[in-house]
Design a protein around this ligand. Structure first.
Ligand code: SF4
Length: 308
């Protein structure tokens, strides 16, 4: 039996966990190939205009992997930590897929996570039983390291440096959702551009796990978006321990939660007296404009660090 996993959305957190589970359950796992322009085109055609780019990319991956697998796993992630939720599009994902890809309805199955990480295992187990996998074949526990896929993508992009590494290079904090940071087609390969500008980058997934909750816990009002909390935690780590020189915030055009979180992050960064570059992405984003803005931003920080 071949189980297909779309390489999109929170695959960049949970991808290795999902893969390991299905492999240990005795299935062959097929992960869709990294996003390309054709994936975006296919996903955009299947979706309504109003959806954000990451969801369109997800739909492109679903169609892509459906040709190679018997089943396609649709992660239905409602809540993956206490007191916070994922956005309504994650919550409605199975319906979005069923509406956008009616011909694939019989091939898709969902893994619903509603309360905490334990649910992930129970839900995977339930799905495995529904697919006819005998109980004795199902792994007894879930091996999870949610930062692995992200760190693997960073290493592939040539950023193996440890946060504590010394050196005179500029330090840039990258903020955004994992699928905006690590999907190199979505962000027009920003890692490659930054590599060329000779700067060190730091992402939320590089933050030591014991710092989770410290930044978001300082907010006046509790934040109930998981993907917003993770950015505020990373922000405090980057401002405090790392002392980065500036921030780049990657955001999909038309993302509801990020319209608010992005503004809150910007205010906090400006209060700390640091510069921030906000980049928005949609299907028609062009490289030339982004490169010009990146180069100007990095030049400005270099100049600033020399004169201040
Ligand atoms: S959080 Fe924003 S970018 Fe992510 S799925 Fe929801 S609307 Fe789209």
């Amino acid at each position: 039996m071949k189980v297909g996993i779309p390489r999109a959305l929170l695959y960049y957190w949970y991808g290795f966990t999902w893969r390991t589970f299905w492999e240990e359950a005795g299935t062959e796992v097929v992960v869709s190939a990294p996003t390309e322009r054709s994936t975006v085109t296919v996903g955009s055609k299947a979706s309504v205009d109003e959806l954000c780019l990451p969801i369109k990319i997800f739909l492109g991956h679903v169609r892509q992997v459906a040709h190679q697998a018997d089943w396609v796993m649709i992660p239905h992630l409602i809540k993956v930590e206490a007191g916070a939720y994922l956005c309504p599009k994650f919550i409605g994902l199975p319906d979005i897929v069923a509406h956008a890809c009616p011909d694939l309805r019989d091939k898709c199955f969902t893994v619903t996570v509603g309360r905490n990480h334990l649910d992930m295992f129970q839900s995977l187990k339930r799905s495995a039983l529904r697919l006819g996998i005998p109980e004795r074949q199902i792994p007894r526990e879930l091996k999870a390291n949610n930062r692995l896929p992200a760190l693997y993508e960073l290493a592939k992009a040539g950023y193996p440096r440890q946060p504590e590494a010394e050196g005179g290079r500029l330090r840039i904090g990258i903020l955004g959702h994992p699928y905006c940071i690590y999907d190199r087609c979505f962000n027009l390969d920003i890692f490659d551009k930054l590599n060329g500008l000779d700067v060190d980058i730091f992402t939320p997934e590089m933050m030591p796990e014991h710092m989770a909750g410290l930044g978001s816990g300082q907010l006046n009002k509790e934040l109930f978006w998981t993907l917003g909390r993770s950015q505020f935690d990373a922000l405090e780590w980057m401002l405090g321990k790392l002392k980065v020189d500036g921030f780049i915030h990657l955001s999909p055009f038309a993302c509801g939660p990020e319209a608010m979180i992005g503004d809150m992050l910007e205010r906090r960064i400006r209060r700390a007296g640091l510069p921030i570059l906000k980049l928005f992405f949609e299907e028609h984003s062009g490289e030339a404009g982004m490169i010009t803005r990146l180069e100007a931003f990095i030049d400005l920080i270099r100049y600033r660090s020399r004169v201040c």
